[in-house]
Design a protein around this ligand. Structure first.
Ligand code: LLP
Length: 421
């Protein structure tokens, strides 16, 4: 199996030294389980690949924002890439170093800018002229100077799903290259901004090096122009990390990716990256049980207790996640081709389609590579409480977030007043 720290022992799936069957029995299903060792290894693989080269890893909080995950990475010395005041609060809650926080995103509100400046974050990745002006005004009102990088849009096709591609002119992200120079001049002239770097993120789940290299060539051409005008930057932020192997993708090794960055970006610049998926994706699984097997004239369905509410990626991006039966079933159980669906009232509610598996009612399944963009994208649709999140550390299993209670789902909702018939 290709999953870090997950292996089958005596016909049963283990994460590190913990049995996934016992975890499901103890905490119920559905539940997410993350491996601390896999998180550590993934982060270190980036860090070590840079060697002595000056670099900074800003873990993209959006991929998995659980405090235990953030804490694990903060303890390694990671920085963080945030996109909201909520993510800022989460990072601060685990004692993440504010100066190692990068604030990305196209829609930062005034209140979010104030909170981030007050916290003393490292840099704002600015995505539009209007945002630059607002940031200068707000920093001024707080008598502060905010450090900025401009996120440029290099118009490069990242060859990924259109919903997670961000570096094309048609995307809402970044400042188009032809406008970036003028915006840097403006930034350099504003008294409450300090130009610190340049940023570029072309998309997620990228499994080839060429788009990164193309984008960085364009970025470095702009950096050269800036230098000619006396606008010096200190760091180049190359954006999100590598894609991962869900099915048969072949992402390059992290070392090759980092070597390509080091070649593309001259020594004098610090290199920053914002990996999310590649840190926490392979480190996590979603455990679910088969509630019913249902045959129709054209299909066999395995109706599971997890749904698009727990893992929306298949419904939203037609994403493919491997499915493992946690306990190898007896050889006498016949495999069939199943669609794995959830109980939610949507035809898009599927976890996997067309899987040849030996299934029986109550079989425990592990949806693989669900550590990134799983729980963070979960919803309460159909009044479903969100599942617990567990972190395995050797043989220990930590409850990082309990299952939501039904009462909590509507605890803060109010009836209309009785005098309003
Ligand atoms: N930095 C920026 C500015 C980003 O927009 C993203 C992801 C990242 C870093 C992290 O990229 P990663 O290393 O995870 O590829 N929900 C989608 C993915 C959305 C990614 C959005 N931006 C999915 O489940 O595939």
């Amino acid at each position: 199996m290709i999953y870090p720290h997950i292996e089958r022992r005596n016909g049963e799936l283990f994460m590190e030294q913990a049995s996934l069957r016992l975890i499901a029995e103890r905490f119920g299903t559905p539940c997410y389980v993350y491996s601390r060792a896999a998180l550590n290894d993934a982060w270190h693989s980036y860090d070590q690949a840079f060697g002595a080269r000056r670099h900074r890893i800003h873990y993209a909080v959006k991929a998995n924002a659980n405090l235990a995950v953030l804490d694990t990475l903060a303890r390694l010395g990671s920085g963080f890439d945030i996109v909201s005041a909520g993510e800022l609060a989460r990072v601060l809650a685990v004692g993440g170093a504010p100066e190692r926080i990068v604030f990305s995103g196209v829609g930062k509100t005034a209140a979010e800018m104030r909170a981030a400046i007050a916290a003393g974050i490292g840099v704002f990745n600015v995505e539009s002229p209007a945002e630059l002006e607002r940031l200068n005004d707000i920093a001024g009102s707080l008598s502060q100077v905010a450090r900025v990088a401009i996120r440029v849009n290099p118009d490069v096709d990242a060859q990924t799903h259109p919903y997670i591609s961000t570096g094309l002119t048609d995307n809402k992200f970044g400042v188009p290259m032809p406008e970036a120079l003028a915006l840097y001049r403006r930034a350099a002239s504003l008294s409450h901004l300090k130009v610190a770097g340049i940023a570029c993120h072309i998309g997620s789940q990228i499994t080839a090096l060429a788009p990164f290299i193309d984008a960085l060539a364009r970025v470095m051409a702009l950096v050269a122009q800036l230098a000619q005008e006396g606008i010096e930057i200190a760091h180049v932020d190359a954006g999100g990390g590598l894609g991962i192997r869900y099915q048969d993708e072949t992402p390059p090794p992290v070392a090759d990716y980092v070597a390509a960055l080091c070649r593309a970006i001259p020594e004098r610049y610090e290199i920053c990256i914002e990996p999310g998926r590649s840190i926490c994706g392979p480190a996590g699984v979603l455990l679910t049980r088969v509630e019913y097997l249902k045959d129709t004239p054209t299909r066999r369905f395995a109706i599971c207790d997890a749904a698009m509410t727990e893992l929306i990626r298949p419904a939203l991006y037609e994403a493919w996640h491997a499915v493992e039966v946690v306990q190898t079933p007896p050889a006498s159980l016949t495999a069939h081709v199943y669609d794995l669906v959830g109980p939610v009232c949507e035809s898009a509610d599927f976890l996997a389609t067309g899987r040849h598996l030996p299934l029986e009612t109550h079989a425990l399944l592990s949806i693989m590579s669900a550590g990134a963009y799983g729980h963070v994208m979960a919803s309460n649709y159909n009044a479903r409480p969100r599942p617990p999140e567990l972190v395995v550390d050797g043989e220990k299993v930590h409850l990082a977030r309990p299952r939501e209670t039904l009462a909590a789902l509507f605890a803060e909702e109010q009836l209309l007043p009785t005098d309003s018939p």
